[in-house]
Write a protein that binds this ligand. Structure first.
Ligand code: UDP
Length: 317
């Protein structure tokens, strides 16, 4: 099977490329390298350096492809609050272009990287896929609009699709070329920031007055390798005319302070922290109900928070 992986030079996409290549999938990558890294492309993988905003480049990347795994997009909550138009253009308009080009060349299967940010501040924890979408930031809004767009495409054109709503993806994967890990600049994600914290430049804790037991936000972390395994299961169970939405998380929540404590245990020293203001757009608690992915995809995450932290630590050492 020939898979187009958009965003295949980024953190999650490059892990997908590595795992799927090892399983014998033929792969083409489409990536503009705006946040990814061309040096992550393995030998023997076709690489189209191009943008979702350029239909000609998308069409080139789609040559001989059977299915699209769509990871490309802007993904930072804080940045989306500052630049909502950029998020709409790249995420929503870019996906529209991709769906239109797929339609022209007859590619009818897609697995999409959606997000728990589509739910906003949830009414019920853990969050089920049936929860009402009420995003609290432009990033989440773009992902919700795309999920709806793909649903419509499935009804209208019969495409087989899955939207995978990621909770907090963490960890890293070791391969023959070294570590595939988060390499964002600036890094905004909690675990890499905690592990890079120093006394001079301590990690900021965004709010200590949230309605949670220790006052810091609670998130549900899932290892990037487990996450990609779910993508492959979703890909292999795509059904014509169907668009399914699955939550991908662990089903467990950890507060920011619990992550700092687990990281302190892993490093052997107390991670320095600085209590700071809340970050715009953050909900207090996000924990996934992963019953649907467990049942329908026969998927279960197997790598816990300690593995996510130790892999990230190894990758930055
Ligand atoms: N966070 C923090 N300090 C940081 C980065 C993140 O306190 O340097 C908090 C953030 O407010 C959120 C949680 O950690 O509650 C996870 O944030 P991250 O950016 O990793 O992922 P998000 O939940 O935004 O997808």
């Amino acid at each position: 099977m020939h898979v187009l992986i958009t965003g295949g030079t980024g953190y999650i996409g490059s892990t997908a490329v590595e795992i799927m290549r090892n399983q014998g999938y033929e792969i083409t990558i489409l990536d503009d390298c705006s946040t990814g890294h061309a040096d992550s492309v393995p030998q023997g993988v076709r690489f189209v350096q191009g943008s979702l905003l350029n239909p000609v480049e998308i069409c080139d990347a789609l040559a001989d492809v059977d299915v699209v795994m769509h990871f490309a997009g802007k993904s930072l909550v804080g940045e989306s609050v500052e630049k909502p138009d950029l998020y709409k253009r790249v995420n929503v308009d870019g996906t529209r272009n991709l769906l239109d080009e797929m339609s022209k060349v007859g590619v009818k299967k897609m697995v999409f990287s959606s997000s728990a940010a589509t739910y906003g501040q949830p009414q019920e924890i853990p969050i089920k896929e049936s929860a009402i979408g009420a995003p609290t930031n432009p990033y989440g809004s773009t992902k919700l609009v795309i999920d709806q767009m793909i649903g419509e495409e499935s009804r209208r054109r019969g495409i087989a699709a899955a939207s995978l709503r990621y909770f907090n993806v963490a960890g890293a994967m070791h391969c023959e070329r070294g570590w595939l890990a988060e390499r964002h600049d600036p890094e905004t994600h909690l675990i890499p920031n905690v592990l890079r914290s120093t006394a001079i430049d301590p990690v900021k804790i965004f709010g200590n007055d949230w309605p949670t037991p220790d006052g810091t936000c609670i998130r549900d972390y899932v290892h990037v390798i487990d996450l990609i395994e779910a993508h492959i299961k979703a890909l292999e169970t795509l059904t014509d005319n169907h668009h399914e939405i699955y939550n991908l998380g662990s089903g467990d929540g950890f507060s920011v302070r619990q992550i700092v404590d687990a990281a302190s245990k892993a490093t052997g020293y107390a991670i320095p922290t600085l209590d700071s203001a809340r970050r715009d757009g953050d909900p207090a608690i996000l924990i996934a109900d992963i019953t649907k992915a467990r049942k329908h995809l026969d998927w279960r995450p197997t790598r816990g928070i300690d593995v996510m932290i130790s892999d990230t630590l190894e990758s930055i050492r």
